[in-house]
Design a protein around this ligand. Structure first.
Ligand SMILES: [Zn+2]
Length: 141
């Protein structure tokens, strides 16, 4: 696969770069903490993480910070309401995981559907994206 920018054949798929860097990074991390004085290995490592960052797959969709905060606040509020209504702290306590589960089900059934579809499209695009290791150009093929 030739780079459209510089015609170099030194190109790789994002997914392959990502796999390489991830497995290399893991084996490296478990072995050495000692060679911080060696500037060469350090710079190599940082460029490796840069590359990994660039070639990492799109993030999984998640409820997001605001939504999960609202979820927790709502669950606590709900637990207090039920506990108050039933005149029992323990019923309120039990209702906490119930309302959390309900919110989670609601999230995965309704809200996550659209973002999952978007994530699938992103993944499909990522699977087709190549990077040129010579000039750093990335392109979809
Ligand atoms: Zn190139």
């Amino acid at each position: 696969m030739k780079c459209p920018e510089c015609e170099s054949e030194n190109t790789r798929k994002y997914s392959i770069v990502n796999e390489d860097v991830t497995s290399k990074g893991e084996s490296e991390g478990s072995v050495d903490h000692s060679d911080f004085s060696v500037s060469h290995s350090r710079s190599e490592h940082s460029s490796q993480t840069e590359l990994a960052k660039r070639c990492s797959p799109p993030d999984e969709p998640s409820p997001g910070f605001i939504l999960s905060t609202i979820g927790i606040v709502f669950s606590v509020w709900f637990a207090f309401q039920v506990g108050d209504m039933m005149d029992s702290f323990w019923i309120g306590l039990v209702s906490f995981p119930v309302s959390t589960t309900m919110l989670y089900v609601f999230w995965s059934l309704v809200l996550a559907r659209s973002s999952h579809r978007r994530h699938e499209e992103d993944m499909a695009e990522w699977e087709k994206t190549w990077i040129c290791l010579k000039c750093g150009n990335s392109y979809i093929n």
